[in-house]
Design a binder for this molecule. Structure first.
Ligand code: AMP
Length: 396
């Protein structure tokens, strides 16, 4: 780990400004409907408070586009936080107000202030320097605990770090360790499973992974483009014509032996859960059908490829898992990954949502909290939010 973590600094008596990701789903009455993001931050918050510090928490929620949108207030998060701590969590409606500054400066060790949605202010996404400087006044040091937005240069990811010593939080540390282990120090064989909708979204990740993995399993919608490149008629399936050339290059290239593609598919008469479904070999997709999931024979092929894996990286579902009749492939692969005697990492976003929505998290070593961020990280890019945190000097 090249970055200083919150564990590396003396927090006693300090006012810690922390950027969390409480971008939680809410129903139309403002009730939070999934608590995972809050729960995952609790060990870091507890750690900081236990060291004798106070906490000022920043977050975003949704896309209010720089406007105050009451349905996107993060106030309900304060009530949820109170369930974990034996204190009232104070809420600051305007993080820029002088009274908020006074409130924060008067905090006693163990106390918490939660600030209103940062994205109510245009300065957040524009990384406005004055906005960042004003936020920085609220704390004496800064903790970045928002991996899911660290691929963006916002005031709260990079701007504040200009004004305060910035450390990585425990959750961010876990993310960096897990993804770095896969890329730099995996136990082998390292097997990557790449799925999801489109090749074009994952070209960079494919290019990064191909040289370093021992096997690359391709499923989901993007497999269609590879199958089309092999000459199969994919009928009405999602195929990116413009990427067939790229797929051919890979299939004819130096790493061709590493690649595993579907051998059968769940083809549907329509993009609908009520469609007529036929499980067919990839060379026999019925006229006007579309492939929306992998078939059982493919699961068996992929299972064999995964059988000796010591490290597994998975990004992207194997089918249109949002529809129950096309979730089987993703479920089966999730079970195989969960049962594998391997260190397993799932990229955030749709893959994590897929695994969670079907309750298959068991046995997975690490499920990333960031979709776009984990993709960028796995592409080998340095995320600006992480780059802005303090480097360790003279250690490891
Ligand atoms: P991604 O964000 O690239 O991981 O893509 C996730 C999306 O890919 C999900 O919404 C899936 O429904 C979709 N997807 C997976 N397999 C297919 C497929 N065979 N055809 C169309 N969409 C798919």
């Amino acid at each position: 780990m090249k970055k200083l973590s919150v564990r590396d600094c003396d927090l006693k008596g300090k006012r810690v400004l922390l950027r969390a990701d409480y971008n939680v789903p809410m129903d139309e009455h403002g009730n939070i409907t999934a608590f995972m993001r809050i729960e995952e931050s609790i060990p870091t918050l507890k750690y900081i408070l236990d060291q004798g510090a106070s906490l000022v928490i920043l977050t975003h929620l949704g896309r209010p586009q720089g406007q105050r949108v009451s349905a996107m207030s993060v106030k309900p998060v304060a009530q949820v936080l109170e369930r974990y701590f034996d204190i009232k969590v104070k809420f600051a409606e305007d993080p820029l107000a002088e009274e908020t500054l006074a409130l924060c400066q008067g905090l006693q060790p163990g106390e918490i202030v939660l600030c209103e949605n940062l994205r109510f202010y245009p300065g957040e996404e524009a990384n406005d320097d004055d906005f960042a400087r004003k936020l920085a006044r609220l704390g004496e040091l800064y903790v970045n605990e928002c991996f899911s937005v660290d691929h963006r240069s916002h005031a709260s990811t990079v701007g504040i770090a200009k004004y305060l010593p910035t450390y990585i939080g425990l959750l961010l540390e876990k993310e960096i360790n897990a993804l770095t282990k896969v890329l730099e120090n995996p136990d082998r064989p390292l097997v990557a499973i790449i799925g999801g909708a489109k090749v074009s979204d994952k070209i960079k990740i494919l290019a990064k992974l191909l040289p370093i993995v021992d096997k690359l399993i391709i499923g989901g919608g993007m497999a269609n483009t590879f199958l089309a490149a092999k000459g199969y008629n994919m009928q009405k399936s999602l195929v990116e014509e413009a990427k067939i050339g790229f797929a051919k290059e890979i299939l004819d290239g130096a790493y061709a032996d590493k690649i595993y593609l579907p051998v059968d598919v769940r083809a549907a008469s329509d993009f609908s859960n009520d469609a007529v479904i036929k499980v067919v070999p990839v060379d026999a997709v019925p006229l006007n059908y579309q492939c929306l999931d992998i078939g059982e024979k493919t699961v068996a092929v992929f299972a064999t490829a995964l059988a000796d894996a010591k490290t597994i990286l998975w990004n992207g579902p194997m089918g249109v898992f949002e529809m129950s009749h096309f979730a089987a492939g993703t479920k089966d692969i999730a079970k195989i990954v969960g049962d594998a005697d391997a260190y397993s990492v799932i990229g955030g976003g749709d893959s994590a949502a897929a695994v969670r929505s079907i309750g298959m998290e068991k046995g997975i070593s690490h499920i990333s909290t960031g979709g776009g961020a984990s993709l960028k990280f796995l592409e080998g890019k340095e995320l600006p939010g992480i780059a802005a945190c303090l480097d360790k000097v003279g250690k490891d």
